[in-house]
Write a protein that binds this ligand. Structure first.
Ligand code: KG4
Ligand code: ZN
Length: 330
C-alpha cells in the first residue's frame, strides 16, 4: 500500500512515498535555510511562499522517482497541526487538490506524532508503549504513548530546545540553523571547564525551560568576550543535554516505562544521542532514536504514520483545517 506524505509545518517542504508504513519508495526535502538565515530564524511569510513554490514540483519528483502516478496511491497523508498556520495551509491545500484529482482520501497528521513515528524506522515496534521526548525548533515535549492514547506530561514553558540553539548561534553570529553549528563546535571541547545553569532540573514536574539558560549564555558572552566560541558551545550544549536526559529518565522511572524515544531536529545532536544511549544502558531502558535525516522535518514520517491511520480506518474530510496547536484526538 503506497501512501504519499506531505510535510510543511515549518520551513521544510517534505514529500515522500512510503510503502506499508516502513519502506521508503521516494522522498525529498526542499529546505529553505538560505532564505531565513540572514534573519537568524524562520520568517513565516517567507516560509509559506517558498512552500507554495516547492510543494507541487516535490510531489512530481516523488511520483516520477517511484515510477507511479497518483492513481497508484492509497491515500494522501498531510501534516495539519501543530505548526505555522500559513505553512500548514499550503501543504494541506496541495494534499486536498491531489485528493480531488486522483479521488483519494486525505488523512490529517499530527506533526509531533509523526516525529515520534520516525522511531519505527530505528526498530521501535509500532504501537509499543513508550515515553517520547520531542526536541525540535518549535517543540520540547514529553509524550506518553499508550495504545491509541497520547498524553503530554511535560513541555517547555518558554523556548524550545532547538530555538535556544538557534538564538545562541544568532547572538554568536555563527549562522542558521544554529543546532548543527553548535553541535560541531562543541565536539572540539569535551570538557568546557565551566558550567551554565540547568533550568528547572530539580523542579518536581516534567516541564522544561531554556530562556534562562539563553540569557545566562548571553550575559557570559558580554562579560567574557574573549572566550572561544567552541567553549561556549560546549558548555551550553552540556547544560541542554543534561537537562533533557535527566528529566526524561526521571519521567520514565516515575511512569515505569522501559522504552524511550527521542525525536525531532535536536535528536540529531551527536552528544545528545551518545549520552542518552549510554544512560539508557545504565538504566536498563530501551531507547530508539531515528537516524539524523529522519529526526529533522521530513515527509517519510508523515506517510509512514498515515499508513497506520489509513489501515485503522481514519479518513479526514475535505473541510479539514489546520491548527497552530497540538491536539491528539485524531
Ligand atoms: O524538527 P525540526 O527540523 O523542525 C521543527 O519541527 O522545529 O527541528 C529543527 C531544529 C532547529 O532548531 C535546529 O537548530 C535543530 O533542530 N537542530 C539541532 C541539530 N540539528 C538540527 N540542534 C542541535 N544539534 C543538532 N545537530
Ligand atoms: Zn518538526
Amino acid at each position: 500500500m503506497l501512501i504519499l506524505g506531505i510535510e510543511s509545518s515549518c520551513d521544510d517542504t517534505g514529500v515522500a512515498i512510503v510503502r506499508d508504513g516502513n519502506t521508503i519508495v521516494s522522498e525529498i526535502v526542499a529546505g529553505q535555510d538560505a532564505y531565513h538565515s540572514r534573519f537568524g530564524g524562520v520568517v513565516p511569510e517567507i516560509a509559506s511562499r517558498k512552500h507554495l513554490e516547492h510543494v507541487l514540483p516535490a510531489v512530481q519528483h516523488c511520483l516520477e522517482a517511484a515510477g507511479i502516478t497518483g492513481n497508484d496511491l492509497s491515500a494522501i497523508a498531510v501534516t495539519n497541526r501543530p505548526g505555522l498556520v500559513g505553512s500548514l495551509i499550503v501543504g494541506l491545500t496541495a494534499a486536498k487538490a491531489l485528493a480531488l484529482t486522483y479521488n483519494k482520501p486525505v488523512i490529517g497528521i499530527n506533526h509531533l506524532e509523526a516525529h515520534a513515528y520516525a522511531a519505527t524506522f530505528a526498530g521501535l515496534p509500532y504501537g509499543q508503549p513508550n515515553l517520547t521526548l520531542i526536541v525540535s525548533g518549535g517543540h520540547t515535549s514529553l509524550l506518553e504513548f499508550h495504545g491509541n492514547e497520547i498524553r503530554q506530561i511535560g513541555r517547555t514553558v518558554d523556548d524550545a530546545a532547538g530555538e535556544a540553539y538557534d538564538k545562541i548561534a544568532k547572538q554568536m553570529h555563527l549562522g542558521y540553523p544554529g543546532g548543527p553549528i553548535i553541535d560541531k563546535l562543541a565536539e572540539k571541547i569535551p570538557h568546557p571547564g565551566f558550567t551554565f545553569p540547568r533550568p528547572m532540573l530539580n523542579h518536581d514536574n516534567f516541564d522544561f525551560s531554556f530562556s534562562g539558560l539563553k540569557t545566562a549564555v548571553i550575559y557570559y558572552l558580554h562579560k567574557h568576550p574573549e572566550t572561544p566560541p567552541e567553549q561556549i558551545a560546549a558548555a551550553f550544549q552540556d547544560a541542554v543535554v543534561d537537562v533533557l536526559i535527566t528529566k526524561t529518565i526521571r519521567a520514565a522511572k516515575k511512569l515505569h516505562t522501559d522504552t524511550i524515544v527521542v525525536a525531532g531536529g535536536v535528536a540529531s545532536n551527536r552528544e545528545l544521542r551518545l549520552r542518552f544511549k549510554s544512560r539508557c544502558i545504565e538504566e536498563n531502558i530501551a531507547i530508539f532514536i531515528p537516524e539524523p535525516k529522519l529526526c529533522t522535518d521530513n515527509a517519510v514520517m508523515v506517510a509512514g504514520l498515515g499508513y497506520h491511520k489509513f489501515k485503522a480506518g481514519l479518513r479526514s474530510s475535505l473541510s479539514l483545517g489546520v491548527s497552530a496547536h497540538s491536539e491528539f484526538s485524531l
